[in-house]
Design a protein around this ligand. Structure first.
Ligand SMILES: Nc1ncnc2c1ncn2[C@@H]1O[C@H](COP(=O)(O)OP(=O)(O)O)[C@@H](O)[C@H]1O
Ligand SMILES: [Mg+2]
Length: 361
């Protein structure tokens, strides 16, 4: 069977995505799969590389330059080449798509919509779960409806901010206390997010977030540990032990998170048993309410007196060999290669179940 491994992309997490793709290329079971690398450039071009029947040594080999013929580098310093294709050209039988794209255009349901139109099985969440999980306003509203605990928040729309700033101040300062966190609704990897400790900073933070999206959210800031639970499954949802992001600094932005690596992962997180059970229960509820399939990572805040707040569900969590999501499963006894295999099987299962639904025409 063919696996179309789709990575790179136009988002801020382009380079992380290449590392993830390389982890998969190194660990996938080649006795079952031929791997076709599809590299999306920063500009958004789709470049198809040479089919892989074995791992490649360096992640940089997966960064493909456009050419008339595909060829994979074999020595460090050499370039790899691929052929530019249209996205729909990947349509084929006996194939599964493994997208490892983060952020807008990758985990927000847009590319998943393409896979649906192509009627091909793909790893991870579908259109609805991806879009709902990515949108911080929609997901909060769904979580609220499911009775999941969250920090208080105020959605702000650009139109209202431009019309009447006083009203927005009243809304925010009336229901939240400083510090607040201001976030674009649809972004990820901390892009456009800032912490505001007073009115002036709030204005600055709102203006900054509005550079990235016309819908933003202002949230109550909390002093808390950051705990994450991995989720795996379709209708049979499995949850992992909790992991903790141990921060060396207060708020880690994109640079700190991905470039300076200013975090340590503690697996399992030290937490009382009853609290872990609660977190796992909330995580699977959150996954179900957004209609999650395949995988997700559910992120929580836990305060010193053990109050829990659900922060977000990441439908395409970091997936390099050293990322929280695979490490949580590894601790639970599922090693990286088996996790990749399980995700492919879940994708095939979901696709075959979908075909069996009654056709209305
Ligand atoms: N309400 C909050 N209180 C305290 N810290 C927060 C809050 N919201 C976000 N943060 C900090 O900012 C980081 C990024 O915010 P998050 O909502 O997870 O955005 P992203 O989708 O970019 O990961 C969090 O991991 C946490 O460190
Ligand atoms: Mg986050």
């Amino acid at each position: 069977m063919k696996v179309f491994l789709i990575y790179g992309g136009k988002s801020a997490e382009h380079d992380v995505s290449i590392l993830t793709a390389h982890s998969i290329v190194k660990e996938i079971y080649y006795e079952y799969y031929d791997v076709i690398p599809i590299y999306i450039t920063r500009k958004g071009d789709w470049i198809q590389g040479e089919t892989l029947y074995a791992p490649v040594e360096h992640s940089e080999f997966l960064r493909l330059a456009e050419n008339a013929e595909a060829s994979m580098a074999t020595e460090e310093g050499n370039l790899s080449y691929g052929v530019k294709i249209t996205p729909a050209a990947i349509q084929s039988e006996d194939a599964v798509i493994f997208p490892v794209l983060h952020g807008p255009n990758g985990e927000d349901g847009t590319v998943q919509g393409l896979f649906e139109v192509l009627d091909m099985p793909y790893v991870g969440c579908g259109v609805l779960a991806s879009a709902a999980g990515m949108d911080k306003i929609t997901s909060k509203q769904l979580f609220q409806q499911a009775g999941l605990p969250q920090v208080p928040y105020v959605p702000v729309f650009k139109f209202d901010w431009n019309n009447d700033q006083e009203k927005i101040f009243m809304r925010c300062e009336g229901s939240l206390i400083y510090p607040m966190y201001v976030k674009p609704a649809n972004m990820g990897s901390s892009v456009g997010i800032s912490k505001a400790s007073n009115r002036d900073e709030l204005i600055e933070a709102i203006n900054k977030a509005l550079l990235y999206d016309h819908r933003i959210v202002v949230e109550q800031g909390v002093e808390a540990r950051e705990i994450e639970i991995a989720i795996l499954g379709n209708s049979d949802v499995h949850t992992s032990v909790p992991g903790e992001i141990v921060k060396k600094i207060d708020f880690y932005d994109y640079e700190e998170k991905y470039i300076n690596n200013a975090v340590d992962l503690q697996i399992p997180a030290e937490l009382p048993e009853e609290l872990v059970a609660k977190l796992q229960n909330y995580a699977s509820k959150a996954f179900r309410i957004i209609d999650g399939t395949g995988l997700s990572r559910c992120d929580f805040f836990v305060t010193s007196n053990n109050e829990i707040y659900l922060n977000e569900v990441n439908t395409l969590p970091g997936f390099t060999k050293f990322s929280m999501y695979p490490l949580l499963w590894e601790y639970t006894g599922l090693k990286y290669s088996d996790l990749v295999e399980e995700l492919i099987q879940l994708a095939l299962k979901r696709h075959s179940e979908k075909i069996n639904y009654v056709d209305v025409d």
